[in-house]
Design a protein around this ligand. Structure first.
Ligand SMILES: NC(=O)c1ccc[n+]([C@@H]2O[C@H](COP(=O)([O-])OP(=O)(O)OC[C@H]3O[C@@H](n4cnc5c(N)ncnc54)[C@H](O)[C@@H]3O)[C@@H](O)[C@H]2O)c1
Length: 342
């Protein structure tokens, strides 16, 4: 396997590179602008597989640079993680999100055409479904995003599906898999990689930061939802299981087809259950405050992962919160300032 990975210095991209190397990748071209990612994550990957990882600091929207890199490297496949990922920021700066997601994906698709690279796995999101009317969410649930982050990701999905349609008409071999992730948590089990976003908005690292004293308290947004304990329910997948779904996707990718799959465990955990799991991992209470609901937060988001299990043979190794929270806590204790490379 010779893969080009965009967003490789980020949380999910770096964990997926590690998984690709563990499952036989011979060369990884790791592309990242480092706008949000970490040079130290790349260095950790270089240490894991000396000589197999080439880092290129490029903005994916720079089509000339992407095209030159792809023509030189001729990767078999591309995994496209690079994006801005903060829903709240996307509401304040929609054009920046459209530029990075849609602009970045258009540039990448053109560079792939230039180099004759025909295989793409794309990081999509449950945010493309918006606020669904029924649970669980299948791939056929209508996609009605309710923020610019989700709308721009849906535009990327459409663009990639249209590229596969064009390939069918033109007899090219381009094919893609769209992976719609639900919530992602945890860190590499060997402690080599972690999660370090700034600002951190994800629940597990936010709770653990409160435990560490790196933030005053965890904010629980709403305790009056129609759920058993009143807090929101989300479907969490371990980052190592998500990384493994990408390798399964690469193996199952077919020319001239664009298939979409949900990646979640099919079970939801409430905010209070996540907080409890964090307190068990840490061994003490974590300060938490109740805050008002956030606009646009549905009470429950839970995937139906039947299609990815059936068609790709993927199945999550971790179905409970403990391994996600414990691996995240181990990394945070060993790296209280994160990658500390800014
Ligand atoms: N973390 C989640 O829970 C989650 C859930 C659903 C979908 N996703 C998607 O997964 C992907 C990865 O998310 P993450 O949590 O690892 O985010 P991240 O911010 O840790 O990683 C994204 C990486 O992309 C890089 N990047 C951003 N814009 C770029 C550009 N124009 N050119 C080159 N590199 C660029 C950043 O520097 C960063 O290293 C994103 O596409 C995100 O939308 C994440």
């Amino acid at each position: 396997m010779h893969c080009l990975v965009t967003g490789a210095a980020g949380y999910i991209g770096s964990h997926t590179v590690r998984e690709l190397l563990a499952r036989g990748a011979t060369r990884i071209v790791a592309v990242d602008s480092l706008e949000r990612g970490h040079r130290r994550a790349i260095e950790a990957l270089e240490r894991l597989a000396p000589g197999k990882v080439r880092f290129a600091r490029i903005d994916v929207r720079d089509r000339a640079a992407m095209s030159a890199l792809m023509r030189e490297e001729r990767p078999e496949s591309v995994l496209h993680f690079a994006a801005l990922t903060l829903v709240g920021e996307s509401v304040r700066q929609p054009a920046a999100y459209w530029s990075c997601s849609a602009g970045g994906t258009a540039s990448l698709l053109e560079a792939m055409r230039d180099a004759g690279t025909e295989r793409l796995v794309f990081s999509s999101t449950a945010a493309t479904y918006g606020i669904p009317q029924s649970m669980p969410i299948t791939e056929d649930t209508p996609q009605q995003p309710c923020n610019p982050y989700g709308s721009a990701k849906l535009a990327c999905e459409t663009m990639i599906a249209e590229e596969a349609e064009a390939a069918r008409r033109d007899g090219r071999a381009f094919g893609a898999i769209l992976l719609r992730y639900f919530n992602v948590a945890g860190c590499a089990s060997d402690g080599s990689l972690g999660e370090d976003h700034d600002p951190e908005t994800h629940l597990v690292p936010s709770a653990l930061q409160a435990a560490l004293g790196a933030r005053p308290a965890l904010e629980i947004f709403g305790t009056d939802y129609p759920t058993p304990d009143g807090t929101c329910i989300r479907d969490y997948v371990h980052v190592e299981d998500l990384a493994s779904a990408h390798v399964d996707a690469l193996r199952a990718l077919r020319p001239r087809e664009c298939r979409a799959f949900n990646v979640g465990i099919g079970h939801g955990f409430s905010v209070r259950e996540v907080l409890d799991a964090c307190e068990r991992a840490v061994g003490r209470p974590i300060p938490a405050n109740v805050a008002p609901r956030r606009e646009g937060d549905p009470p429950e988001l839970r995937s139906d992962p039947a299609r990815i299990m059936r068609e790709l043979g993927w199945s999550p190794r971790h179905r409970t919160l403990a391994p996600m929270v414990e691996s995240a806590w181990r990394w945070m204790q060993a790296n209280p300032r994160g990658y500390d490379d800014r």
